[in-house]
Design a protein around this ligand. Structure first.
Ligand SMILES: Nc1nc2c(ncn2[C@@H]2O[C@H](COP(=O)(O)OP(=O)(O)OP(=O)(O)O)[C@@H](O)[C@H]2O)c(=O)[nH]1
Ligand SMILES: [Mg+2]
Length: 454
């Protein structure tokens, strides 16, 4: 293994500055050889100087550089950072020089991996670093930041401590059954297991919302031609993106746009109106509408208040049954051939939002509903710890399963040392989330998702 690593830590391309980061025991030695400044290099003091190739004497760049002595650094090791001009050439040349002086090229995520291995952060915190970098909207960013600061870890540690208490109770009762200690009754054991199971479940319940705020949701807008789908798209985007005309069949292909709604990344898909048609282009468009319908996290169905419901409307309503959806009644200014009651009776959850999209009326309510759907109706979740990483979700699920297996055999009066096996499993799964019990393969997998230089 190479002890001192280096990489360009800023994004590739032109910029005001770009940073070459070095970490490891040779960080200071290498910096001293390539960086020439007035006075001496002092830990944690930025210095102005030049990067000069010691072999040729060529000046590579004018820079600010800083050396930070470990272990209270990002990686826990000695770190040096060279702030070059944000030129691809300056950065590449500086990095090449640093590598010639004995550093090795860092692997993607290697700085953060070292931070984890040196105990600067636990695994779930390290994983959050990448989510912070990649966050697309405020809600996902906040969730990632809270995870990076250890909120999820604390929650997991609390639950794990409870599970450990149960394990201790069992061990004491197995090892010293005759001693004068509080006897562990099966009722108490069962109650403790249920408590731990509930805690795991309540954390798991946040996973859906966690994933949605992190990755965003796909929202397909569907309905018959001319009901106002493109008008809704434009209203939500607050710009005139899709063509809106009074001619049915205006939108013939699906149109996708990203927007942030209540700080949640949303991918809106405007679709071609569904109807029987002989037109080839329109037929293909309608095929795509069906794909969008099937792949969306949320389907928004629009009906026209000014015209009676048709078979197509009824057909789509029928298909909404097992989908997360919203039902809108648009063009409420034009009449009431369809009323909210008529539509509500036919929609799976009876919920109808009335809109008049030419005037932008009803948009607030739609946005409220989207937010509510993402947070599962519990807006309070917004401020609490959320699980947003599939690895964590999977491990929590396994831990929950082990606890419930343990509870089942506790009820049948199984021997304590058998029950203990499941509980210990749960304990280990929880430990994997924070990286206390984790294999090298998992670590490699986790850090390979990082970008170079992080
Ligand atoms: N009066 C009234 N007209 C509306 C309302 N919403 C949309 N429209 C009009 O209805 C027509 C069709 O709107 P679009 O948004 O293009 O409808 P669409 O569902 O995308 O139609 P296709 O792309 O053809 O499937 C346009 O002339 C809009 O201005 C509304 O609430 N009231
Ligand atoms: Mg349209």
């Amino acid at each position: 293994m190479c002890e001192t690593i280096a990489a360009i830590s800023t994004a590739y391309g032109e910029g005001g500055i770009g940073i070459v980061r070095i970490s490891g025991p040779e960080a200071l030695g290498i910096l001293r050889r390539v960086f020439v400044c007035k006075g001496s290099i002092t830990s944690r003091r930025m210095a102005f100087g030049r990067i000069i190739d010691p072999e040729t004497g060529d000046v590579i760049d004018e820079v600010l550089a800083v050396y930070m002595k470990g272990p209270t650094t990002y990686t826990g090791e000695d770190v040096a950072e060279i702030n070059c001009h944000g030129s691809v050439v300056a950065l590449r040349k500086t990095l090449a020089l640093v590598l010639r002086q004995g550093a090795c090229m860092a692997q993607p995520g290697e700085f953060t991996k070292r931070a984890f291995l040196n105990g600067r952060m636990d695994l779930s915190q390290a994983e959050a670093v990448i989510d912070v970098i990649k966050a697309k909207a405020d809600a996902g960013y906040e969730a990632a930041l809270s995870q990076m600061e250890g909120d999820l870890s604390r929650r997991v540690r609390e639950i794990r401590a409870e599970v450990l208490d149960i394990l201790v109770d069992i061990t004491v009762n197995i090892d010293y059954p005759d001693e004068d200690i509080e006897k562990l009754t099966y009722e108490k054991l069962l109650a403790d297991l249920e408590d731990a199971g509930d805690e795991i479940d309540s954390l798991l319940a946040t996973a859906g919302a966690g994933r949605m705020v992190k990755e965003g949701i796909r929202v397909a807008i569907v309905g018959r031609p001319n009901v106002g789908k493109s008008s809704l798209m434009n209203c939500l985007l607050r710009q005139s993106r899709a063509i809106v005309t009074e001619i049915p069949g205006t939108t013939r292909d699906t149109i996708e746009e990203a927007v942030s709604i209540r700080n949640i990344p949303v991918y809106l898909i405007d679709t071609a109106g569904i109807r029987e048609t002989e037109d080839l282009v329109e037929m293909i468009g309608i095929e795509r509408t069906k794909e969008a319908f099937n792949s969306a996290d949320l389907v928004v169905f629009i009906a026209d208040a000014s015209q009676p419901l048709t078979d197509e409307d009824r057909d789509i309503l029928e298909r909404l049954k097992d989908r997360r959806h919203l039902v809108l009644l648009n063009k409420t200014d034009l009449g009431n051939a369809v009323t909210p009651t008529i539509l509500g009776d036919r929609s799976p959850n009876g919920d109808v939002i009335e809109t008049c999209l030419v005037k932008g009326e009803g948009i607030d309510k739609i946005e409220d509903k989207i937010e509510e759907l993402v947070y599962g109706g519990q807006l309070a979740q917004k401020d609490s710890v959320m699980v947003s990483n599939v690895r964590h979700e999977e491990l929590l699920r396994k831990a929950g399963q082990s606890i419930s297996d343990a509870a089942v055999i506790t009820e049948t009066g199984e021997a304590l040392d058998i029950i203990e096996i499941d509980i210990r499993e749960a304990y280990d799964y929880l430990g994997e989330i924070i990286g206390e019990t984790v294999s090298d393969e998992v670590l490699d997998e986790v850090f390979s998702r990082f970008c170079l230089g992080k």
